[in-house]
Design a binder for this molecule. Sequence first.
Ligand code: C5P
Length: 293
Amino acid sequence: MTATAASLDAQAKINLSLRILAREASGYHQLETLFARIDLADSVRVATDTTLRELTCTGADVGPPERNLAFRAAEAFMAEAKWPSGFQITIEKRIPVGGGLGGGSADAGAVLRILNALAPNALSDAALATLAFRLGADVPFLTTDAPLALAWGRGERLLALNSLPAREVVLCLPPFGVETAAAFQWIAASREEEPLRAPALIRAADLDRWDGVVRLAHNDFETPVIHRHPGIATCLEALVAGGARIARMSGSGSTVFGIFERRSPAVLAGLPRGTRVVGARTLTSVAQVRLLD
Ligand code: C5P
């Protein structure tokens, strides 16, 4: 019998490097980013033996179901696959919402992967990537099972890379968020005065080992965000003082992460009051869809 339900751990991402390139005529910005998946995950389950279209979410308030990216992903999939099925999506949230860890995008990516495993006629990788791209810049990467990838454009151009040895990650979650649209505006405003055209050479060999990735690590959002939220700089300093090989903000923030070979307990002492700390690891392989019946 063919399965009608499946589950998948929707694992979060961090941006080991994130550079904002040219602004398109549409107002959107071209990006260049090095994505890594981590083991912090939401649990996503989708059942299709229903005539209803529903989403229930526990663990965080994510707003109305129909506006949820995972719900919109399922609707888009059904339309594209010409599969007029109902769906019941259940999400247990563990990835902090709106913090630069791609939680909503990971849930949407998981729904696309699950539905493609359950569909009577699976979509091609290219068709799935096109659906993902329409949902947001993090969704194409989070619809793949690549643990590490370099992405360009609005996240739709991906170079899947060899995984790196798993490392301990410390996530520092400040008690405030940063609105992505505002962060892009801060960048656009600062560049009106001083346009950015910094040439760069990325060496393929640097992407094959942590020592090389340490050299590439960067986030263009840090300067404008730290200007408004100096606590971010304090988090970065505490992680470096605690021995982080890489300490950066993820996405447009406000989450700050440290990557460690060996972590000194001193890290936590220097963090601003109200900062929540979550431990995680980078992945050498990404979770796979589990068919349920
Ligand atoms: O993708 P998301 O809906 O979070 O984007 C919010 C806003 O951030 C967009 O409306 C746009 O103004 C800006 N943005 C951008 N370039 C991107 C992604 C988002 O300018 N690549």
